[in-house]
Design a protein around this ligand. Structure first.
Ligand code: RUB
Length: 305
């Protein structure tokens, strides 16, 4: 297998690349490079290389439907291409990967444009973890001239909240950084909660960084709207046929590297926020009810099913 696939998958697994979008982008670019450098002798061998890359990336982080959808789309373009020539198939992969990345960028810009309107001047925005989709939305709100403050959690155990905090400070946004367990203490002063997503199920439940569902319940208790910002392609089509989204279980050492022997340390990376706690799903389609996700996907991205 191409070195570029293995090394990218390792970076993804180790969180050197984090967040669903960045993970999908890294995987798509690696597949693009692999296609450019392929030494496959025929179409079957070329498709086998792509399939192997697909399973390596799927195993690198298992709760990443955007990455899976992206790879599925690219492989389908190669499979259905009306050619047996490897150099032509390589071109198909390279150009469909570029198209995918371009469309993903467009979706994020549309999403930011729509969501920024929900950031009111003078408001306090609460976020959790680091979502590049959320920070793009907040950058757009700032560029639109909105003045707002951000409260962000540190996000144990991997501290992705520090990335968010730094990005907010770079934008010139007054930012307060709190431990995850302080969320309820601060929720009373919050106007809106916005988090990203790793996955969206067929019921419109949202899989995101561990702790998101607790924050959603706190927002509900405090009557604060809780929005999820996500490209529609984070939808997982397997959930339609009854599969549950797999929740990645990470190494206990990330939580406590020198934990006492016999102590059971658990480290789920994500949790599921039920749709009833979600005020709206901000996506390239607009702000939609999470429960309408299957209908919207059937209309816009039928190929994922
Ligand atoms: C990151 C996380 C982010 C989503 C969305 O978890 O939960 O909220 O991935 O991010 P991790 P984006 O750090 O474990 O990857 O909007 O950038 O896709």
């Amino acid at each position: 297998m191409a070195e570029t696939i293995r090394s990218t998958a390792e970076k993804i697994h180790k969180l050197q690349v984090q967040g669903a979008r960045n993970i999908a982008i890294a995987a798509v670019k690696a597949i693009q490079r692999m296609a450019e450098q392929t030494k496959a002798k025929n179409k079957a061998a070329f498709l086998a290389e792509l399939k192997e890359a697909q399973s390596i990336f799927s195993a690198s982080r298992e709760t990443e439907p955007l990455m899976r959808n992206a790879i599925h789309w690219i492989i389908t373009q190669a499979q259905t291409a009306n050619t047996e020539k490897v150099d032509k198939l390589s071109q198909v992969v390279v150009s469909s990967a570029s198209q995918f990345l371009k469309d993903l960028e467009t979706s994020r810009e549309q999403t930011a444009e729509i969501g920024a309107k929900r950031i009111l001047d003078g408001s306090v925005v609460f976020t959790h973890c680091h979502s590049s989709t959320v920070t793009r939305l907040l950058a757009k709100a700032k560029a639109d001239g909105k003045n707002f403050k951000v409260i962000c959690t540190e996000t144990r155990p991997a501290f992705q909240g520090r990335i968010t905090a730094r990005e907010m400070l770079e934008l010139g946004v007054e930012t307060t950084f709190i431990v995850d367990s302080a969320a309820r203490t601060f929720m009373g002063n919050v106007d809106v909660v916005i988090v990203g997503a790793d996955g969206i199920t067929s019921e419109g439940n949202v899989v995101n960084k561990i702790g998101s569902s607790a924050i959603a319940v706190l927002a509900h208790e405090a009557r604060v709207p809780f929005y999820v910002v996500s490209e529609l392609l984070k939808f997982d089509p397997a959930t339609v046929s009854g599969e549950c989204e797999k929740i990645e279980q990470r190494s206990p050492a990330e939580v406590w590297s020198e934990a006492p022997a016999k102590l059971l340390v658990r480290n789920p990376a994500f949790d599921v926020t039920p749709n009833r706690y979600i005020h709206g799903l901000i996506c390239e389609e607009g702000i939609i009810a999470p429960q309408s996700i299957v209908q919207v996907m059937q209309r816009r991205y039928l190929w994922v099913f």
